[in-house]
Design a protein around this ligand. Structure first.
Ligand SMILES: [Zn+2]
Length: 416
């Protein structure tokens, strides 16, 4: 009986060892199949795959859009070592042309407030420890105003990125949401200029206000029926009457709304800040564009962006506007021209936009941050090169120009 017991014990031990061996080998195979799949996009003629990380010489292969790959190493700056999915073929490619197959932030047409809200919720589920979400107020038409914090919210340095302050410029909220998801996805493996993303975002909190003006964006995308409040619809109709009467527009009502820049009160949020408020104003009442409001910070959307800025003390601010492929970086009144010269030149070495001359303060967000007590570096990118709102065909170039802006700004904040 004792002998039988030992035999059973021995048999059980061997079986368990066999199982555990099987488990280990099947786990490593499973790990490989579970590693995220990326696909090639925006390449046009196909994405060149090279034999080494310099991405030079004769390509090993040209990967058409839609090719599935897995990342073996990187990204280091913009290159990554990849393997073609389901094969042993390996090589190096420009990472900016890869997108994760199960990406949360995805759009190929018009990125709406509702899509953004859903994406934020899903990003929080996938990256609970790397992303913090704050609702910082409500728009005049009762949409939530969001601040998203990538990385360590208590980091010694902060940078701030905002988009969508002007309604018709709604390609940029999608851009910053894609930038955010990319940094979250590659948080554990990416490097920029020899700094890991982990080190960068542990030391630099990235505060993103992805859609400063959600009501105006809904109005530009879908017309007056997008507004929830009947009073605000009346306000918008009054704006049209005023703008027609003063010859500020000749468009049909539908086209007029598509070109809307202001919030749902008809206040241009980027004229509603304190510094230079009301200067050079030729719009005396609510309008699709250019009206600064009665007093600075009268609008919840500008007040919210102002509050986020004061609370996080950013050393770098990136402002996304459209259009023209140009960059504003300074005002004649700025207190920080000296530090901002170096920073803006650095950013423009990555994003090849034309650098514009300094203008005078006129109540914009940028004018206001340059007047503050905290030294700040800032650049305003004007994306795209057709009239707003863009068709999606503008987006691939915008993405490849701006895919590394967050990493570069964080690295600059960390090392300066
Ligand atoms: Zn703008």
């Amino acid at each position: 009986m004792k002998h039988l017991k030992s035999s059973i014990l021995l048999f059980t031990l061997v079986f368990v060892l066999f199982l555990s061996f099987f488990h280990v080998s099947s786990a490593s195979a499973a790990e490989e199949t579970q590693a995220p799949i990326y696909y090639v996009r925006f390449s046009g003629q196909g994405l060149n795959m090279y034999a080494d990380f310099t991405l030079s010489g004769t390509p090993l292969a040209v990967l058409p859009d839609g090719t599935y790959v897995q990342i073996l190493l990187g990204p280091l700056d913009s290159f990554a070592k990849i393997r073609l999915y389901g094969t042993n073929v390996e090589g190096y490619v420009d990472m900016r042309y890869l997108k994760r197959l199960d990406a949360i932030v995805y759009d190929n047409d018009i990125y709406t407030y509702e899509e953004m809200v859903e994406d934020i919720a899903q990003l929080l589920v996938r990256y609970p420890s790397l992303l913090h979400v704050n609702v910082t107020g409500q728009s005049v038409d009762s949409r939530n105003l969001y601040e998203l914090v990538l990385g360590n919210p208590s980091a010694p340095e902060s940078i701030l990125i905002h988009a969508g302050i002007h309604a018709r410029e709604y390609a940029n909220p999608y851009l910053v949401m894609e930038q955010l998801e990319q940094c979250l996805d590659l948080y554990d493996r990416g490097c920029f200029h020899d700094k890991s993303y982990q080190e960068l975002f542990e030391n630099v909190a990235v505060h993103i206000v992805p859609m400063v003006n959600p009501d105006g964006i809904a109005l530009s995308q879908f017309g007056e029926s997008a507004l929830r409040s009947p009073e605000l619809i009346q306000t918008v109709q009054s704006c049209y009457a005023y703008d027609l009467a003063t010859r500020r527009t000749k468009s049909s009502y539908e086209n007029y709304l598509a070109r809307w820049k202001a919030n749902a009160h008809g206040v241009d949020l980027n004229r509603n800040f304190l510094t230079g408020f009301g200067s050079s104003v030729n719009v005396s009442q609510a309008s699709y564009a250019g009206y600064p409001g009665i007093v600075p910070f009268s609008e919840p959307e500008s007040a919210s962006l102002g509050a986020v800025t004061l609370l996080c003390h950013p050393s770098i601010v990136i402002n996304y506007h459209s259009m023209g492929e140009v960059a504003y970086w300074n005002t004649v009144e700025s207190r920080y021209t000296a530090i901002n010269t170096e920073f803006s030149n650095y950013m423009l070495s990555l994003v090849p936009y034309k650098k514009m001359r300094s203008g005078s303060a006129s109540g914009s967000y940028l004018d206001w941050i340059y007047s503050g007590d905290n030294p700040v570096c800032s650049i305003t990118f004007e994306t795209g090169n057709t009239d707003c709102p863009f068709q999606f065909d503008q987006y691939p170039k915008i993405w490849t120009q701006h895919a590394l802006v967050v990493q570069a700004a964080a690295e600059y904040a960390y090392t300066h």
